[in-house]
Design a protein around this ligand. Sequence first.
Ligand SMILES: [Zn+2]
Length: 226
Amino acid sequence: MGKMKNFIIFIFLFFTSVCFAQMETFYADGPKDVKKIALTFDDGPGKSTEEILKILKEKNIKATFFMLGIRVHNDPDTANKVAAGGHEIANHTYEHINFYSYKEKDKIKKIEKELLQGESIIKQVTGIKPFLLRFPNGYSKSDAIEVARKRDYYVINWSFGCDWMKISAEGMHEKYKKALKNGAIFLMHDLSKNEKILSFLSNFIDEIKESGYEIVTISELLNFSN
Ligand SMILES: [Zn+2]
């Protein structure tokens, strides 16, 4: 019986330590007790980046941009404009591989390679070494979280996003408004195929502020210091 008890305690401690290790590395929203939210933009730099930067500047707020390495490589000027605007620069890997459907044997190595390639080009172009990461498609299985943790990254998903849905801009705007809550992390994209957000982003920012929320970067929302 003693052995069985020890075994149960071992299993319990093992799983709690795994859970805690992941809790420290992985987030999909911020604290529920503060009226703060974050806007995040994925996959850029893209066609909408400059317009989004203009809106953010007008509204005097900072957002977090999860940049795709290959697009930073292709459009370093726009990537630098985001950095110059004082926004937070984060890593979205290099090529946007969907690791949910990646079945090759080298998966772990590939995850690490994608992370490092994204980091390398972002650093080369903007001079910033990112420490926030979002895997394509919000991939958040433990294999990837572990790779990110070892590389000193926080993995950040989102609490709400719908700018890829085939719905009207008005419908989209409504959905974003309904998802407003303490600690919300909103996902949008700075690509031409997601340009419907441009028609309501400015108003949405006003509505967030009027509802008493502060719009901050992911680091500020989650109290990361580096
Ligand atoms: Zn993406």
